[in-house]
Design a protein around this ligand. Structure first.
Ligand code: MSP
Length: 509
């Protein structure tokens, strides 16, 4: 298999205000991208903004702005969010960019040429909130007889001329795809839901609209604009110009594509998107992983409840790495999670301040004070040192297997177990006593501990990259090649420890 990977995260609805869901999707994808780079792969990671649709047209009208003007302003907010979250994305694509419009138009033409699109009339339920058509059986009937989506969003009954994609023709091919590639959709429970949905029979999909015009004109009929999801899903391929220029150097990334998405948009990614690509005879993504949703202190997050969690506010109050750590550690990836300040503070105080922060603080300050800041070299290796070496190697081996299965939280757990072992090694050896009784052992304990701190800085890089770099700088590694294979190339012996600051501050509840 190629060692080039293309890891994608859903592009944000440009009309939304950044919330915890956006942060979660992006941070989790960033973790995977960074981890794959650590494993030595060449990874491309893309995010961006989804800018077409009725919601944006209406929002712009209500503000007396042109839709593009509003998109420009809002897209900037999300671009800034990628910096605030310290995402390592290589690209940020906007669906209003020409490269995207060209790709979406290409796919439309290709489907049209292959007789996969026909003109008809759509009558049924439509949710502007998620720009999605619904069968009545998938909606929730309210006590007043009206219908809402499962997430509580309103739906409208609409009738309009529309082009349809022959989705119904692709059920068998899709089921075949899921069967032959058991890892195509994960986790398993979500895969089963998708299979059930497809098995229950697919209707043709309305893929154009005429009642508003903020979108990409269908190239075969300028009275219609493309359904936003058909438009938006192509962003992944357009970021590497796979559709319009399949010979260009970036399109090799299309050989190994991993889409990370929230569970609410799995159907679009695991049913519609592969069906479009199959119908157009184009290469499919390799894996789709659906993560869970966050609630706030046990309650569903919604604008109407006024309990939307602003990631920037949390970062300002508690710190970026504290927030990243919490998101990735608190909930098994794939499950739903509950945000609470109490849980966040617990994680910060116990895992970051007590475990990681104290280990670095105590050992590195000792080198600073007792050894004039010079990191000593190892002098001997006994069973206790071997335990640490083995434990460190296992983080890489076991961790890699875990991430192949998207078990981010498990990886973090074994990294913290390793941190626990290093802490134990330091405590059990009592270097503060050895200093006088056994100088050689004293130096060895500090050398071994610092070497493990260097390894830990690599291990935590995908989780809390800012802290990882901070630790490496403190132990004299200014230029770092983040690759598991190259950890030992980063020499620390003889390096100067530069001022050891507390990595994390304890939070008083
Ligand atoms: N624009 C579409 C994606 C198009 S991809 C071709 C979209 N955008 S979104 O802004 O609404 O959502 C972005 C991501 O945030 C999605 O992965 C979605 O699942 C995730 N979340 C939104 N709210 C969430 C929570 N409350 N919790 C966790 N993630 C959730 O969908």
């Amino acid at each position: 298999m190629t060692d080039k990977y293309y890891i994608t995260t859903p592009i944000y609805y440009v009309n939304d205000k950044p919330h915890i869901g956006h942060a979660y999707t992006s941070v989790a994808t960033d973790f995977i991208a960074r981890f794959m780079r650590l494993k030595g792969h060449d990874v491309r990671f893309q995010t961006g903004t989804d800018e077409h649709g009725l919601k944006i047209q209406k929002a712009a009208e209500s503000k007396g702005k042109e839709p593009l003007e509003l998109c420009d302003e809002n897209s900037r907010i999300f671009r800034d969010l990628t910096t605030t979250l310290d995402l390592s994305n290589d690209d940020f694509i906007r669906t209003t960019e020409q490269r995207h419009i060209d790709g979406a138009s290409f796919l439309w033409n290709r489907l049209h040429e292959r007789n996969q699109i026909y003109l008809g009339e759509y009558t049924g339920w439509y949710s502007i909130n998620d720009e999605t058509f619904y069968n009545e059986k998938d909606l929730v009937k309210q006590s007043d007889g009206s219908f809402k989506t499962v997430t509580g969003g309103p739906v409208d009954w609409i009738t309009e001329k529309s082009y349809f994609f022959k989705l119904s023709e692709w059920s068998d091919k899709l089921l075949d795809l899921y069967k032959k590639n058991p890892d195509f959709i994960s986790p398993k429970s979500k895969r089963n839901e998708v299979i059930k949905f497809v098995e229950s029979g697919l209707n043709d999909l309305s893929v154009s609209r005429t009642s508003f015009n903020w979108g990409i004109k269908t190239p075969t009929d300028n009275d219609h604009i493309m359904y936003v999801w058909l438009d938006a899903l192509t962003c992944y391929a357009n970021g590497v110009k796979y559709l319009t220029d399949s010979e260009n150097e970036l399109s090799v990334y299309w050989n190994n594509v991993v889409h990370i998405v929230g569970k609410d948009i799995l159907r679009h990614h695991a049913v519609y998107w592969p069906a479009f690509l199959l119908a157009a005879d184009l290469k499919l993504p390799n894996k789709i992983f659906a993560h869970g949703w966050w609630t706030n202190e046990g309650k569903k997050i919604s604008k109407s409840l006024g309990n939307v969690i602003d990631p920037i506010e949390i970062i300002n109050n508690y710190g970026l790495d504290q927030f990243r750590y919490f998101l990735l550690r608190e909930v098994p990836f794939g499950n739903d999670g509950d945000f609470s300040v109490k849980a966040l503070v617990n994680r910060i105080n116990s895992d970051l301040v007590n475990d990681l922060g104290n280990l670095c603080q105590r050992s590195l300050t000792m080198i600073e004070k007792k050894l004039e800041s010079i990191i000593p070299g190892k002098t001997s290796k006994g069973p206790n040192e071997e335990i640490l070496e083995k434990s460190s190697e296992e983080v890489i081996i076991k961790g890699s297997n875990m991430i192949d299965e998207f078990k981010i939280h498990e990886y973090i757990r074994i990294v913290w177990e390793h941190i626990g072992r290093v802490n134990k090694y330091f405590n059990d050896n009592k270097p503060w006593e050895l200093e006088k009784s056994d100088e050689e052992k004293f130096l060895n304990v500090l050398a071994v501990t610092t070497e493990q701190i260097r390894n830990i800085a690599f291990f935590i890089n995908p989780i809390i990259p800012e802290t990882s770099i901070k630790i490496l700088k403190t132990i004299g590694i200014d230029e770092c090649q983040f690759s598991f294979k190259k950890i030992n190339n980063h020499n620390i012996v003889g390096n100067n420890i530069s001022s050891v600051n507390h990595l994390f501050t304890r939070i008083q509840e």
